[in-house]
Design a binder for this molecule. Structure first.
Ligand SMILES: Cc1cc2nc3c(=O)[nH]c(=O)nc-3n(C[C@H](O)[C@H](O)[C@H](O)COP(=O)(O)OP(=O)(O)OC[C@H]3O[C@@H](n4cnc5c(N)ncnc54)[C@H](O)[C@@H]3O)c2cc1C
Length: 401
């Protein structure tokens, strides 16, 4: 195991003032985690895209270099993905083999994408990334190694916990995901006015499940739409697979280094609710303190609703939309941070009646709303998760629940 500082892709994590990055081999993992006596919690980095991949005064297990392998398993058409891989690397390695996985909107996130649920343009057709998991291997927070398989373990609390709440319980060294045949995709990017949003939502909810709408309402007042389909639509652009998906929003217009936080919400279909809320949303978006702030959303439903609530830690199986709020500020601007987080809280309060759930894709154990996020993410399953945590990570070596 060696220590070296390699930048994390999330600027806030990179600037956090962490003690350092540890790069354990898979063989080191059990003794390192089990024998940990340094500051808790230990942070874990796979893609390093979230703000808590590193934290002030804490150590991060950086899996990017030592657990970055992608292995195609032709016998059962699955792919084994090291705990430190980016999803874009997985898609790129599967591309020449004519296969794909249920990836998200960007290739940058790592295995944290899978472990926190994993929503993508084909969630309505395939389900979430956790619904594609065939096996998970790693060490629990107490250092004990494990290999769990869907066939054998899917009705255990451990399997359920790993499917959506793994960052609280374990360090995952490898996941095995089902793959699908690669197929050409058709995409349409457009811009519009936020007034059109409720009608866009209605049309998207009525569309074929192999089509999805993602949208982003920027701090500049613009609405960007990205539609993705597995079927040919005239006038839409053909791409070879998810690895060629364009970014939904352009890079930030400012050259300043930005820090930020993202909160993911979940709500059922309710176009009329969105229509009624629109004036308040418009007023709140006009108040956003930085042009890089935004409200965006991904579409769920169909296959994501077909999985029983008890099967995974993703309990909001009725969700049709996953809006996420991005609040940013210039690095080091404490007043900007305060204003941006206040704006995020206000927007969240407005949206809460429509989107009562949380998608806990980013940890916020440094922010006052962490407990609220845990309650809204896991609902009635939270006590069960806490019991699991008490068994598998009794010393709180990993982030707290
Ligand atoms: C540009 C971008 C696009 C995104 N698009 C989507 C999308 O389309 N759909 C979607 O669902 N989400 C999306 N996300 C959210 C993203 O999937 C989550 O934030 C995810 O947690 C990031 O994973 P990571 O490995 O990159 O992050 P990291 O910061 O490395 O880790 C995130 C969390 O996961 C934990 N973790 C990571 N790896 C492991 C491991 N091997 N073992 C145990 N815990 C681990 C970490 O402890 C940390 O708490 C997007 C994020 C970004 C930045």
């Amino acid at each position: 195991m060696d220590q070296l500082l390699r930048p994390l892709s999330n600027p806030q994590a990179a600037d956090a003032g962490a003690r350092g990055l540890l790069q354990p081999t898979p063989e080191d993992l059990s003794s390192l985690v089990g024998g940990w006596s340094g500051p808790r919690p230990l942070r874990v980095c796979s893609g390093g895209t979230s703000s808590r991949a590193a934290a002030a005064g804490q150590w991060t297990l950086d899996l990017r270099r030592t657990m970055g392998q992608v292995t195609w398993n032709p016998a059962d058409q699955t792919v084994s993905i090291g705990g430190g891989c980016r999803m874009g690397e997985v898609l790129e390695q599967l591309y020449p083999l004519g296969r794909s996985v249920a990836g998200g909107l960007s290739g940058w996130p790592g295995v944290g994408y899978v472990l926190t649920g994993g929503m993508g343009p084909f969630s309505r057709e395939l389900g979430l990334a956790v619904d594609q998991l065939q096996a998970v291997a790693g060490v629990w927070g107490n250092g004990e190694p494990f290999v769990l398989q869907r066939d054998r373990d899917q009705f255990t609390a451990e399997w359920r916990g790993l499917c959506g709440a793994a960052p609280f319980l374990a360090v995952v060294r490898e996941v095995v995901l089902a793959t699908q045949p690669l197929r050409p995709l058709w995409i349409r990017t457009s811009t519009g006015s936020p007034d059109q949003l409720p009608d866009q939502l209605i049309a998207a909810e009525r569309s074929d499940p192999s089509t999805s709408l993602q949208w982003s309402w920027g701090g500049d007042g613009s609405l960007r739409l990205l539609q993705v389909s597995a079927h040919k639509h005239s006038g839409w652009q053909r791409i070879d697979g998810l690895h060629q998906l364009p970014p939904m929003t352009p890079p930030s217009p400012t050259s300043l280094r930005l820090h930020g936080e993202v909160v993911g919400l979940l709500g059922p279909a309710n176009c009329e609710g969105w229509r009624r809320l629109l004036p308040d949303l418009q007023a709140q978006m006009q108040r956003c303190p930085h042009v890089g702030c935004s409200l965006s959303s991904q579409q769920l439903g169909n296959a994501t609703a077909a999985v029983p609530i008890e099967a995974t830690s993703f309990v909001h199986r009725d969700a049709t939309w996953k809006p996420w709020i991005t609040a940013v500020w210039s690095a080091g601007d404490l007043e900007g941070r305060r204003c941006s987080l206040q704006w995020l809280n206000e927007l969240w309060s407005l949206l809460e009646p429509l989107c009562p759930g949380v998608h806990l894709a980013q940890l916020h154990d440094h922010l006052p709303f962490h407990q609220k996020e845990l309650d809204l993410a896991f609902g009635p399953w939270l006590p069960g998760l806490r019991q699991l945590k008490a068994r598998r990570d009794p010393d709180g070596t990993l982030p707290g629940l």
